[in-house]
Design a protein around this ligand. Structure first.
Ligand code: DUC
Ligand code: ZN
Ligand code: ZN
Length: 458
C-alpha cells in the first residue's frame, strides 16, 4: 500500500518545512521535495500542517470504578481518539480483584483491546499492593512490553510511603518508569467527612475537599521518596502551581522527574462546579478543576519544559445515568471526564493559535515527548524515514465550536461544550492508512496493534 502526500507543511518537535512524503506499507519511505510517482494515491496538503500522530498516554477505557463502568471501550474510545488526531494511546489499566497479579490485569486488558482498538496501544501496569511476588513480577511485565507502572496515593488501593519506596527501588533497577497519582489521602478524607457532616454535599465541595496544597504535598513527598531510590518519576495529571513549583526545584537539581497535565486543567476553572441544574457534576474528576490562577502557570510550565506531556485522563461516564448519581452527594459521583477526542484541537487552539506555545512545542508535548518517555520512539512520535506513518493533518484555518453533536466519544456530554477552537485535525493516518477524513472514521475495528514498549532510557 502506497500513499504520496504533496506540499505538506511538515512540523516536528524541532523543525517546520515544506516537503512531499511517500509512504509504503505503513512506514515513511521518503521525505523530499518534488517526489513524482504517478501510480500511487496522491493527496495535496498545501496550506495544512502535517504532524506526527498524537500520543495520549493517559486513558481509562473499559474501566470499572465500582460504582460505575465507563462508557468508552477500546473500540469507541480509539475511534474518538483517531477522529481527534490521536494515533496511539497508552491505557491505565483499572484495578483487578484484591490480591491479583500484575499479569492478571494485563491479560484482561489484552482481551479488552484485541479485536477492538483501531489505533496502536500500550498499557501501564497498575500496582494495587506490594509484596515480594508483585515486585518480582515487574521484570516479566517489562519483558512483556509494559515498562511503566502506576501507583496511587489515594483511592482504595493507595500505596503507603514505604510501599512507594520499595516499588520505586525495584522499578529503578528493572529499568522502568514510576507514574504516580499524587494526592494526600488523609487530607481528602478529613475534609470530605467534615463537609459531609455539615451537609455540604454539592459538587463544589468535591473541589474544596481536594485543595491544591493536598496535591502539592503529595508531589513533593514522591519527589523525596524517588530521590532516595533514584527512580525516574512521572507525575500524572498535574493540575496546580504548588505541584509545579516542587517539580521545578527537583528538576533544576537534576532529578529525573517528568510531568503531565491535561486540557481540563488548562482551559477550565473551578466555576464549573457551581453551574446550575447539577451540571457541576459533569466536571467531577480528581484532582479537581482548579482556580483560574493555575492555568497560566501550567502553560508556562509547558513552555519552559517543566511539563513534558499533555494527556487526557479520559475516563468517561454519562451525565444522565452515571454522574447524576452524585446529585445529592458529590461523593457518589464517579470521578472522571471524557476528552480523548478534544485534546489535539484544544491544545492546538488554546496553545498555538492563541500563541501561548509555538507549534514545535505543541508537537513535542502531544506526540514526541510521550513517545520518548514511554519507550516507543522513533517508531512513533516523529516524522522520519523508517518510522511508522502515523500522521495527522491539521487545517489551521478551521473555526468550530466543540459540541457533543460532532464528537465520537460515547458519552452524552463533553465538558468542553461551546468552546470555539481555531484549527482542527482533518485527516488521521495510522501506519499509512487513512482512517479518518473530515471527521468520519473509515478504519476497521480491531486494526490497532499492541505496542511492546522499550525500557525507560532518558
Ligand atoms: N481521576 C483519576 O485519578 N482517575 C480516573 C478519573 C479521575 O478523575
Ligand atoms: Zn489519577
Ligand atoms: Zn487517570
Amino acid at each position: 500500500m502506497e500513499l504520496l502526500l504533496k506540499n505538506a507543511n511538515i512540523v516536528t518537535d524541532s523543525e517546520n518545512y515544506i516537503s512531499d512524503l511517500y509512504i509504503v506499507d505503513g512506514t515513511i519511505q521518503r521525505i523530499e521535495k518534488n517526489i513524482e510517482i504517478p501510480t500511487t494515491k496522491v493527496i495535496d496538503l498545501k496550506g495544512k500542517y502535517l504532524i506526527p500522530g498524537g500520543i495520549d498516554v493517559h486513558t481509562h477505557f473499559n474501566i470499572d470504578v465500582g460504582i460505575a463502568k465507563s462508557v468508552d471501550d477500546f473500540y469507541t474510545g480509539t475511534v474518538a481518539a483517531a477522529c481527534g488526531g490521536t494515533t496511539t494511546i497508552i491505557d491505565h489499566m483499572g484495578f483487578g480483584p484484591k490480591g491479583c497479579s500484575l499479569h492478571y490485569q494485563l491479560e484482561r486488558y489484552h482481551e479488552f483491546a484485541e479485536n477492538n482498538a483501531v489505533i496502536d496501544y500500550g498499557f501501564h501496569g497498575v500496582i494495587q499492593h506490594i509484596d515480594k511476588k508483585i515486585l518480582d513480577e515487574i521484570d516479566s511485565m517489562i519483558a512483556d512490553g509494559v515498562t511503566s507502572f502506576k501507583g496511587y496515593m489515594t483511592y482504595g488501593y493507595k500505596l503507603s510511603d514505604r510501599d512507594m519506596l520499595e516499588l520505586s527501588q525495584k522499578i529503578a533497577t528493572a529499568g522502568g518508569l514510576l507514574t504516580v497519582h499524587p494526592e494526600n489521602n488523609d487530607m481528602i478524607d478529613y475534609l470530605k467527612n467534615n463537609f459531609a457532616s455539615e451537609g455540604k454535599l454539592s459538587p463544589k465541595y468535591h473541589g474544596e475537599s481536594r485543595p491544591s496544597r493536598c496535591e502539592g504535598e503529595a508531589v513533593n513527598r514522591m519527589l523525596d521518596i524517588t530521590s532516595v531510590t533514584n527512580c525516574p518519576l512521572y507525575i500524572v495529571h498535574l493540575s496546580c502551581s504548588e505541584g509545579l513549583e516542587h517539580i521545578k526545584v527537583a528538576k533544576d537539581m537534576g532529578q529525573k522527574v517528568f510531568a503531565e497535565t491535561c486540557p481540563q486543567y488548562l482551559v477550565l476553572d473551578e466555576s464549573c462546579y457551581s453551574l446550575p441544574e447539577k451540571e457541576g457534576l459533569k466536571y467531577i474528576c480528581s484532582p479537581p478543576i482548579r482556580e483560574k490562577r493555575h492555568q497560566e502557570k501550567l502553560w508556562a510550565g509547558i513552555k519552559e519544559g517543566y511539563i513534558q506531556t499533555v494527556a487526557t485522563d479520559h475516563c468517561s461516564f454519562n451525565f444522565l445515568e452515571q454522574k447524576i448519581m452524585g446529585k445529592d452527594d458529590f461523593r457518589k459521583c464517579p470521578n472522571g471526564l471524557p476528552g480523548v477526542e478534544t485534546r489535539i484541537p484544544l491544545i492546538f487552539s488554546e496553545g498555538v493559535s492563541k500563541e501561548r506555545i509555538n507549534i514545535n512545542k505543541f508537537v513535542e508535548v502531544v506526540s514526541t515527548n510521550p513517545a520518548k518517555l514511554f519507550g516507543i520512539y522513533p517508531q512513533k512520535g516523529c516524522i522520519q524515514v523508517g518510522s511508522d506513518a502515523d500522521l495527522v493533518v491539521i487545517d489551521p484555518n478551521i473555526r468550530k465550536k466543540i459540541s457533543k453533536e460532532n464528537l465520537h466519544e460515547n458519552t452524552d456530554y463533553t465538558p468542553f461544550e461551546g468552546i470555539e477552537v481555531i484549527g482542527y485535525p482533518v485527516m488521521t493516518i495510522s501506519r499509512g492508512e487513512i482512517i479518518v477524513e473530515d471527521n468520519k472514521f473509515m478504519g476497521k475495528k480491531g486494526r490497532g496493534k499492541f505496542l511492546k514498549r522499550k525500557k525507560f532510557s532518558l
